[in-house]
Design a protein around this ligand. Structure first.
Ligand code: HEM
Length: 235
């Protein structure tokens, strides 16, 4: 199969790729600006006690914990899930990059190494998305904490990754159209979904850091476990 000739793409595909997609991006940016404006309208939680630790150190730590799996119990004990999380997000980054870079420099995908690289991440994204979806469906403890949006996002993102696998070689206009329809839908949908977590993340981690830093529990301290007898003698 030959590479897609950009000028020969159908009017529907051109409309989605060149207009609707950027319209969606503008909508998403405006929606987040409004949400962030709303955040700043609310008074920040205030502490009524004397600080037991450093706010700044704790805030810095709170931002970095995502990159320090050994600091979080669940990630330390389930390193495979942590790797899943990392690769899932790298795949999302690949999906976003593909959606915005390809209309500007489609020739980049003609490089076989770039194409294989993109497909590897689309493949990972699809498989991890499906595995996470299955866990939410079949594990009772996961099902209990899952909302319809959790399922919807995982189904849609997995399908998006699936379409990316076929769209990446830029040889099939139908898969390219499917890929861009989904990418465009996301731009309109994410401000209302859990995927917004990336926009809220800096705010949440700031307050988590400040709160636990105030109590002196962030950054986590290594406390030597005392022998029972030693504890008894201290008291
Ligand atoms: C700065 C960017 C981002 C940060 C810091 C971030 C962080 C996180 C964290 C901490 C989790 C929970 C991890 C877990 O359940 O194991 C998560 C889950 C998730 N993230 Fe992100 N994320 C980011 C960007 C994105 C983007 C751009 C997307 C999609 C386009 C996305 C989609 C998801 C989804 C669907 C889940 C839930 C997975 C599930 O239900 O199992 N994230 N993210």
């Amino acid at each position: 199969m030959d590479y897609i000739v950009w000028e020969n793409l159908g009017p529907g595909t051109k409309l989605v790729m060149n207009q609707l997609h950027y319209g969606g991006l503008l909508f998403m940016i405006l929606a987040y600006c409004y949400k962030i404006y709303q955040f700043f309208q609310k008074p920040a939680p205030a502490e009524g006690t004397e600080a037991r630790g450093s706010h700044n150190k704790a805030i810095f730590y709170a931002y970095l914990t995502l990159a320090m799996p050994w600091e979080i119990e669940s990630q330390k004990n389930h390193w495979f899930r942590y790797l899943e999380f990392v690769f899932f997000h790298l795949s999302m980054a690949m999906g976003i990059a593909f959606a915005f870079v390809v209309p500007i420099v489609p020739d980049v995908m003609k490089n076989p190494a770039v194409c294989i690289f993109a497909r590897i991440f689309f493949g990972f994204g699809f498989l991890i998305g499906i595995s996470r979806l299955f866990r939410r469906i079949f594990f009772a403890e996961m099902r209990k904490i899952s909302t319809p949006d959790d399922f919807f996002c995982l189904i849609l993102l997995s399908l998006w990754m699936f379409s990316g696998w076929f769209a990446a070689p830029l040889k099939d206009p139908t898969w390219l159209l499917i890929y861009y329809c989904m990418a465009t839908f996301f731009l309109f949908y994410v401000p209302f979904s859990k995927i917004s977590h990336y926009a809220y993340y800096p705010f949440i981690r700031y307050y988590v850091g400040k709160h636990f830093g105030h109590r002196g529990t962030f950054p986590k301290k290594k406390v030597a476990v005392m022998h029972k007898k030693e504890q008894w003698e201290r008291h």
